[in-house]
Ligand binder design. Structure first.
Ligand code: MN
Length: 293
């Protein structure tokens, strides 16, 4: 069965001890098995405290981040690439330290709007850094996920097909495609064909609505997504991601253009999402079983 997770930004914008406790306890209370912790600034994460809190509550964790233009490993500037390489390894140290087995996000380029096309030199730098990171991650059983995002958040990987190509070039077993319905809704032609194209290479899924608020109140075709996941027998993590101006993370919220209040009560939002995902998955499994009968 899929592990169902929730992004920490549903609860808190920072990672002080009280914030960590609130986020982890709330995730558990809302029925999730995993919390995704943003590690844009790895040095600010208290590894021992986080690990202890996860253990005491009985929750698993994944880590995610987006690089900045100063740490863009898809840059042609060797100094910028080196800074990105260092940051990714610091993030990997956090993932390892807190006992997470997943590090994903926009770890292949800057998270932000580019003013130019990607370059072949930059793409080669990206492949090189991720190959090294994947080998280090594999030693600790950690999987790397390349989150395919919309055109305003990266110029490199906007579709599953592009991500599959990059992963083929990296050529390490522990690198997977990370799909996100919010981004798919903007860039893909539908919610089924990218999932089928990924098949076994799909390793992490973000479910988010078209406006990043309550699931089922926007234009994302979740029924087709869940049916496609059932079709490929996807067993990986599914994490609910939602953002509102009610919870602000200094580095992330402005980059993601979270200007509006989509909700204020994270617990109501999260419980609703948990039920929505559960029902969607069960319905998809039932109809697949009927089709196969
Ligand atoms: Mn996402």
């Amino acid at each position: 069965m899929n592990r169902i997770g929730v992004h920490a930004l549903v609860w808190v914008g920072g990672w002080s001890e009280p914030e960590c406790q609130q986020a982890i306890e709330s995730s558990k209370a809302a029925g999730f098995a995993l919390i995704e912790i943003p590690v844009l600034d790895p040095a600010t994460i208290d590894i021992a405290m986080t690990r202890r809190m996860l253990k005491s509550v009985g929750l698993e964790a994944g880590c995610s981040l987006g690089l900045s233009f100063d740490t863009d490993i898809s840059s042609a500037d060797p100094a910028v690439v080196a800074a990105g390489d260092r940051l990714l390894h610091e993030a990997l140290d956090v993932a390892r330290g807190i006992g997470a087995n997943y590090l994903g996000g926009v770890i292949y380029s800057a998270l932000g709007k580019y003013a130019q096309m990607p370059t072949s030199e930059g793409r080669a730098n990206c492949i090189n850094v991720l190959r090294g990171l994947a080998r280090d991650a594999a030693a600790d059983g950690i999987t790397l996920g390349l989150e395919t995002v919309n055109r305003y958040e990266s110029n490199l990987l906007n579709t599953a097909a592009q991500t599959l190509k990059l992963i083929e070039a990296i050529n390490e077993d522990n690198v997977v495609v990370h799909l996100d319905t919010y981004h798919m809704n903007i860039e893909e032609s539908d919610f089924r064909s990218p999932v089928l194209a990924c098949g076994d290479r799909l390793g992490y899924v973000h479910v988010g609505e078209s406006h990043r608020g309550y699931l089922g109140t926007g234009t994302v075709d979740f029924a087709t997504l869940f049916a496609a996941l059932a079709e490929i027998d996807y067993q990986g993590t599914i994490t609910f991601e939602s953002f509102s101006s009610a919870v602000v993370a200094p580095k992330l919220s402005t980059t993601l253009a979270i200007w509006r209040n989509l909700w204020s009560d994270g617990m109501d939002l999260a419980r609703h999402a948990r039920q929505f995902i559960d029902q969607g998955l069960r319905k998809a499994e039932r109809s697949l079983a009927e089709t196969n009968r």
